[in-house]
Design a protein around this ligand. Structure first.
Ligand code: BEZ
Length: 257
């Protein structure tokens, strides 16, 4: 799920971000898994959607960079493995590759896509959703501005990759895919609780340079910046999500890493 040290807590993730897999359920219709198929779930997290794929009778393998998430996926009885996507080494063994809300953590995207091509059988399909261009723009702007105002070195590493459809289609085609569908759409996403939970769960990468003692105050200040933008009169928060969803077919076997 992330390129950084494993800071994931599967129980906390399920409580605070269970909506991620709930919203990803409609992507399963795009995948349309079949009982006799072998399917790879890239960035499977705690395995909520991997389990849904397994329930139709497909043989599914989930991979994720986070040992904590993989431990949680294994508790569901899944074949789940700690593997970084850019290092996976499957060879033409899957009918389909699936990924929900994970590819935006994985860089460089061209290598990840090449590894996905390599994992697929000829004519295999790739169905995925990730954050697209403009995703969480208001949230990241608020973090950046608050850090700048507090005189904190704002030269942080942006942890995510949110491509435009044209940019991602170009990468897919360069690695041997033929793109059947690709869509960018806004999905304002109601959060189950306070935006502080979202910032704490996902904002870690922005805070690495800050001492622990300053982090809470910074996040609370970010929350106040965001309140007029993302919180309604009843105190309900909505994240400014933008999704990129795609379906592609492997049409060439040659890959470049
Ligand atoms: C997303 O699913 O769009 C997302 C999740 C965490 C951090 C950034 C983006």
């Amino acid at each position: 799920m992330t390129e950084q040290a494993d800071h994931w807590n599967a129980k906390q993730y399920t409580q605070k971000a269970g909506f991620v897999s709930e919203l990803g359920q409609s992507l399963l219709a795009w995948l349309n898994p079949q009982p006799n198929e072998r399917i790879l779930d890239v960035g499977c997290g705690e395995g909520a959607l991997t389990e849904k794929i397994a329930e139709v009778g497909s043989t599914v393998v989930g991979i994720d960079a986070s040992p904590a998430m993989i431990a949680a996926a294994k508790e569901r009885g899944l074949d789940a493995r700690v593997v970084r996507s850019e290092e996976m080494d499957f060879n033409e063994e899957f009918d389909a590759v699936f990924s929900n809300a994970a590819l935006h953590w994985m860089k460089p995207p061209k290598v990840v896509v090449a590894k996905i091509v390599q994992a697929l059988k000829p004519e295999g399909r790739f169905v995925a959703e990730l954050g697209g261009a403009g995703n969480v723009a208001q949230i990241t702007t608020a973090i950046r501005e608050e850090m700048a105002d507090q005189g904190i070195d704002a030269d942080w590493h942006h942890p995510w990759y949110f491509p435009t459809p044209a940019e991602y289609q170009q990468i897919l085609e360069s690695q041997g895919f033929s793109v059947e569908q690709i869509e960018l759409f806004e999905r304002p996403t109601p959060l189950p609780g306070d935006i502080l939970d979202w910032l704490t769960t996902f904002g870690e990468s922005f805070l690495v340079k800050l001492p622990m003692t300053q982090r809470q105050a910074l996040l609370e200040a970010v929350r106040e910046r965001l309140r007029p933008l993302l919180c309604d009169a009843e105190g309900h928060w909505t994240a400014d999500y933008v999704r990129l969803r795609l379906k592609a077919k492997k049409t060439k076997t040659k890959t470049t890493f």
